[in-house]
Design a protein around this ligand. Sequence first.
Ligand SMILES: C[S@@+](CC[C@H](N)C(=O)[O-])C[C@H]1O[C@@H](n2cnc3c(N)ncnc32)[C@H](O)[C@@H]1O
Length: 237
Amino acid sequence: MLYLGNCIEIMKTLHSESVDMVFADPPYFLSNGGLSISSGKIVSVNKGEWDKKKNYPDIKVFTEQWISECFRLLKSEGTIWISSTHHNLQNVQRALDKTGFKLINTIIWHKTDPPPLVYKTKFCFSYEFLLWYGKSKQHYFNYERMYEIGNMEMHDVWTIPAVPHHEKRFGYHPTQKPELLLKRIITSSTKPGDLILDPFSGSGTTYVAAVKQNRRCIGIDIDKQYIELARKRLEGV
Ligand SMILES: C[S@@+](CC[C@H](N)C(=O)[O-])C[C@H]1O[C@@H](n2cnc3c(N)ncnc32)[C@H](O)[C@@H]1O
């Protein structure tokens, strides 16, 4: 099911303890007129109204609200994954702790092909965090499958390239995540038939990866054009 609207309002209409896993890639509120490089060209980092820089108290309230709704919706052994950078890490961690979530892992997603720097004054940013927290001390983890993939005990640093071109063939989203990343998250922490919720579904990557892995999914996005893009991607699966 794909919902168009504000995730906080939509999550309030869903049943408590009905979801097995949440993957959330929330706004980082970084769109403040800065510059980046994409396909060799200098581009504005303005991603859209939803990512416009906000003051800290507003971001704090927003983050606490959507994280506590996720807590209510998760089953007692459910888990939440949140993608993050140093820009919103502390804020997200504080909200997770306050809500009662328990840390399982902090994964480093190392990107093999990050965008180059505009100003050559520092090291290139090449990773993001994936915070994995549980609602209780019990949670599902497919250790054996993760072992098989790496032919050894899976580490908490994952080297996965950014989104390949063929995953963008249905349209553009400024912060689309690679399917391979979601496939690993879903395989490691859910079983076939489980229900996954993505409150910031964007281009629908979580949904596409969930369907391919025989999981059920609820996606929510506030922007109609991204719901439409996710719908087109799903038709292609
Ligand atoms: C970082 S992007 C997610 C990208 C996604 N992981 C993908 O692979 O395409 C965040 C998305 O959240 C949506 N969004 C922002 N604020 C929202 C809100 N309050 N409720 C629902 N969606 C929201 C934006 O429209 C944007 O598509």
